[in-house]
Design a protein around this ligand. Structure first.
Ligand code: HEC
Length: 105
């Protein structure tokens, strides 16, 4: 029994460490965009502004980055919250927004 408790304690410690390492790492905006945003934002599906399309983004950019982040997290029009990927953290969604807007900033 003692051994089992020790093993469980070790496992819990390892899980906590893994979590801390994940939480501290900078989210990879490109990977998140490719996985969660590209389907709409590369094709313009459902009227999504396309990555790199300056005309499509110029008016939206006037709202300011905070509003763009908020709309990405909460959803806007035909876009579901976080692009339908509720598992993403707010930080991950913001990193994807940064990556998507890089060419038009
Ligand atoms: C299911 C399709 C779809 C997916 C997936 C999607 N979007 Fe969108 N997105 C849209 C559409 C459609 C709009 C335009 C909505 C409108 O203005 O009515 C939009 C608009 C936006 C805007 C502009 C918001 C504004 O205030 O003008 C940002 C920023 C954005 N998306 C970021 C993202 C990010 C980041 C992801 C991935 C995490 C993502 N989107 C995934 C469809 C999608």
């Amino acid at each position: 029994m003692k051994k089992l408790t020790a093993t469980l304690t070790l496992l819990a410690g390892a899980a906590a460490l893994t979590f801390a390492a994940t939480a501290q790492a900078e989210p990879d905006g490109e990977a998140i965009y490719n996985q969660a945003c590209m389907a709409c934002h590369m094709t313009g599906a459902a009227g999504a502004p396309i990555k790199g399309d300056e005309a499509a983004w110029s008016e939206r950019l006037e709202q300011g980055m905070d509003t763009l982040y908020a709309h990405s997290i909460d959803g806007i029009g035909a876009m579901p919250p976080k692009g339908g990927h509720a598992n993403l953290s707010d930080e991950e969604v913001k990193a994807a927004v940064d990556f998507m807007l890089e060419p038009v900033l």
